[in-house]
Design a protein around this ligand. Structure first.
Ligand SMILES: *Cc1c(COP(=O)(O)O)cnc(C)c1O
Length: 853
């Protein structure tokens, strides 16, 4: 069977059922339960085969469709849902009530995890992007997603009999997916092109997915116009190394902006003013926009101001090794191609991202540096990750304290309608009046413990059934017949712990195996048994990660414990949707602080599962002593082995002494009342916080709207402000070596100052050729315990004293002001000069500061 050619024949849908096509083609079905119910009513079996309406419509017998077409009740049902979808797309929502928000936002990401039926994601980053689009749609945000269409997506995982991960790359046929090709008015597929070295050209067509109200554009190089080797640029997600990856990112960034322009024109969309780069992969988008502005007559520096004003960069990794980088000679080969980015030289590109700016090597180009240089607005994805990022990138803002590095944080969230189990949503709707589990009152007496416990049991039982099915299917595909014991794996009433994540080493998949005997005794405890469900993919090139999976797999295969611990192959969105709700406890044990945020625990919490986690990522921010358990981090441990030992033992102790006893403490009706108190608490306090709606609203108010305002300002009057900002920055940079705080006079205090006294300051500042309007002179003060450190830091501006004579005559300008001493204790202060311009988003932005000595 070689070279089988495959294509998808779309079902012919009877005219009366045309609503089904419209509903199947908009991915809103992936989070809209009523629409899912409609498709399941056509054929539950076909639905279970793939959770995919288009596949389902292709799989059911035409006779079944004809039968439904004659069933007026069904036809009406479908039409009502179609009308509901149309209303959902057109009606004003949260965003339409805002003022000063952008008309349109472009959201770039290398992966998007919207549904298992569109497998264009590898893990957390992609699913976050998918959730971002869905919440943007629900909130009415005019967002346009930009990504790539990978012909084989990420890989499909199976495990060999000896526990080794096997990858396969099923080829996707876009015609069998909820996509349509972007077309010109003449019906031809629209195309973008990129100039490559040696006079070659890379072409891509553009697929459009409807994610509710949001359009997602996906570039695809698998077209006839491309040379054979270039067709495979978009073959796989994170498939190849160096050059392949660079080609993908050139296409995503540069091609993405071109595709966006086409889509704006051909689909009549609003032109974005704000560009969000979700992680560094799409950073080249800013270069394409610079090149376009140069075409409009701006200089490189002027264009850079425009691009920066409207760009938001989100970093997702707390470790330098996790950042995307390219060898400079490779970059040079591509960016020296004059037609790639007209008007932009390779040296200019290099200046925006060479890693030596961060203390790294000069022959490496760093996509995070590029992201931060091209975006005036930047953030990490949890509070702790914001702090870690400020530290990691602080060399880019020399002279500033780490706390002042202009990187904020927006903690990730997860899309509740996607991730909350139907059972729980139905319970909320029936008993608490709304299916929106993030808003109902989980502490209400209307909801009895028995009802809540029944729902939790039902979700656990669904996981057990799904796990058995998957374990049996895995045996059948690798070894023929599934052994009888596979029918008995897991048990529907046993305390269930879930653990699923990529096989990255820092996530420590095998920490639980540290003391296998102890783990065994916890699992098979006769009074208080525990079971663990594990899943996760290792990157295809990561043999260490695969070895970890093998260790888990081997342990789970030992007869004593195999009923109590299972590894489920091929972790994906569909599996995850049953896995999180079915667990009682969600385990996460990364090496702190390497988990930027982590979202699987959030999805578990939204279903009333309690987190058991190292205080890393989101859990560091949200753990409050009542909503789960913190595994203490052994930061002081001598080495990695000792650290693992301490943390693993703490993990066992928590399960054995706290979690299992609480779970198995039952009242007369066999209900664990104390446990349910925690479940209610988690559902009511964490659900609203962890929802992607909160996250996306925060992006709008804290990043998109400020970016939009700055972008509008710099673009007005043919970019007048951008031009003057570029000139001003050049002047500031040239003069800054002459700026200094020459002398500070203080007075106004008695020999023993008291709270309420005022400190008078006069700072003599030399400004070179700058004027007092170019700078802000501030006194920075706070507690001072020792050395140069200040804590509880505050700042206030000193004002220019027009007539005061400087110490050194005309050369110094005097700035004066007072500070009220409003706290007792040791006081310290310093005076410093910063560039001042209303178009800066942060005083640290230029990395320039002159402090008193
Ligand atoms: C949520 C999710 C992830 C990411 O989980 P983390 O906790 O961020 O590692 C990965 N894969 C799938 C299928 C998910 O649903």
């Amino acid at each position: 069977m070689k070279a089988i050619r495959r294509f998808t024949v779309r079902a012919v849908i009877p005219e009366a059922l045309s609503a089904l096509e419209e509903l199947a083609l908009n991915l809103r079905w992936s989070w809209h339960r009523p629409t899912q119910r409609l498709f399941r009513a056509i054929s539950e079996e076909a639905w279970q085969a793939g959770h995919d309406p288009i596949q389902l419509l292709g799989a059911v017998e035409p006779a079944r469709l004809d039968e439904l077409a004659r069933d007026q009740g069904f036809v009406n049902w479908a039409n009502e849902l179609r009308d509901d979808l149309r209303r959902y797309i057109a009606e004003p929502r949260w965003y339409q009530g805002l003022e000063g928000a952008p008309e349109s936002v472009a959201y770039f990401s290398a992966e998007f995890g919207v549904a298992a039926a569109l497998p264009q994601y590898s893990g957390g980053l992609g699913i976050l992007a998918g959730d971002h689009l869905k919440s943007a749609s629900d909130l009415g945000i005019p967002l346009i997603g930009v990504g790539l269409f990978y012909r084989s997506g990420y890989f499909k995982q199976s495990i060999s009999a000896d526990g080794w991960q096997q990858e396969s790359y099923p080829v996707l046929d876009p015609d069998g997916l909820p996509l349509s090709v972007l077309r010109q008015p003449d019906g031809m597929a629209a195309r973008v092109s990129l100039a490559l070295p040696d006079n070659r050209v890379l072409y891509a067509r553009v697929w459009v997915a409807d994610v509710g109200r949001v359009k997602l554009l996906m570039l695809d190089t698998n077209i006839r116009q491309n040379d054979e080797d270039l067709r495979s640029v978009t073959d796989r997600l994170y498939g190849g190394g160096g050059e392949h990856r660079l080609l993908q990112e050139l296409l995503l960034g540069i091609g993405g902006v071109r595709a966006l322009d086409l889509a704006v024109e051909l689909l009549g969309l609003k032109r974005p003013t704000v560009f969000h780069t979700n992680e560094g992969h799409s950073g080249f988008q800013g270069l394409e926009r610079i090149s376009n502005l140069i075409g409009d007559g701006l200089s490189f520096d002027e264009a850079l101001q425009v691009v920066r004003a409207g760009t938001v960069f989100t970093t997702h990794t707390p470790v330098p090794a996790g950042i995307d980088r390219f060898e400079v000679p490779l970059m040079q080969r591509y960016f020296s191609t004059a037609e790639l980015l007209p008007g932009v030289s390779f040296e200019q590109v290099l200046g925006l991202g060479v890693e030596s700016q961060m203390g790294g090597p000069g022959n490496v180009f760093n996509m995070a540096v590029l992201g931060l240089r091209l975006g005036q607005h930047a953030n990490g994805v949890a509070k702790l990750h914001g702090a870690v990022s400020r530290e990691m990138f602080s060399p880019l803002w020399p002279g500033f304290d780490v706390a002042e590095v202009p990187i904020t944080s927006v903690t990730n969230g997860v899309h509740a309608p996607t991730w909350v189990d139907t059972t729980l949503a139905a319970l909320a709707e029936e008993v608490l009046g709304s299916a929106d589990t993030t808003r109902v009152d989980w502490n209400s007496e209307a909801l009895t413990n028995a009802q809540l416990w029944a729902a939790r049991n039902e979700m656990r039982a669904a996981l057990v059934a799904d796990a058995r099915r998957r374990v049996r299917a895995a045996h059948e595909t690798t070894g023929g017949i599934a052994p009888a014991w596979t029918e008995r794996v897991l048990e529907p009433s046993t305390l269930t712990i879930g653990f699923a994540r990529r096989g990255a080493t820092y996530k420590r998949l095998t920490l639980m195996l540290h003391d296998k005997e102890r783990l065994k005794s916890i699992l098979v405890n006769p009074e208080r048994p525990v079971q663990i469900v594990i899943a996760g993919k290792a990157h295809p090139a990561d043999d260490d990660g695969k070895r970890l999976i093998q260790e888990i797999y081997d342990f789970a295969d030992t007869p004593e414990v195999r009923d109590h611990i299972v590894f489920l192959p091929n972790y994906d969105i569909t599996m995850a949707q049953t896995l999180y709700p079915g667990t009682d406890v969600w385990l996460n044990n990364p090496l702190r602080p390497m988990e930027a945020c982590g979202t699987s625990g959030m999805k578990a919490a939204l279903n009333g599962s309690l987190n058991l986690s190292i205080l890393d990522g989101w859990w560091d921010e949200y753990f409050d002593g009542e909503n789960g358990w913190a595994i203490p981090s052994a930061d002081a441990a001598g080495d990695a082995g000792e650290r693992d030992a301490l943390e693993a033992n703490a993990l066992y102790d928590l399960i054995e002494h706290q979690i299992a006893p609480l779970f198995y403490e039952r009242d007369a009706d066999d209900v664990p009342a104390q446990w349910l108190t925690r479940v209610r608490y988690v559902l009511s306090t964490l659900s609203p916080q962890l929802s992607a709606d909160r996250m996306v609203q925060q992006y709008v108010t804290e990043l998109y709207s400020p970016a939009h305002k700055l972008a509008v300002k710099v673009e007005a009057d043919s970019w007048a402000a951008a031009r003057s900002l570029a000139a001003w920055k050049a002047r500031i940079a040239a003069e800054w070596p002459r700026v200094s705080v020459a002398h500070v006079e203080s007075g106004g205090l008695d020999s023993v100052p008291q709270v309420g006294d005022e400190l008078h300051l006069r700072a003599h500042v030399t400004l070179g050729a700058l004027t007092p309007e170019d700078v802000r002179v501030e006194v920075v003060y706070g507690h001072s315990e020792s050395g140069d450190e200040l804590s509880a830091v505050r700042a206030s501006d000193l004002d220019v004293e027009p007539d005061a004579a400087g110490l050194d005559g005309a050369q110094a300008t005097v700035f004066g002001g007072t500070v009220k001493l409003d706290r007792a204790g040791s006081f310290g202060y310093t005076v410093r000069v910063l560039p001042r311009n209303e178009l800066l988003a942060s005083p640290a932005e230029l990395g320039l500061v002159a402090s008193a000595h």
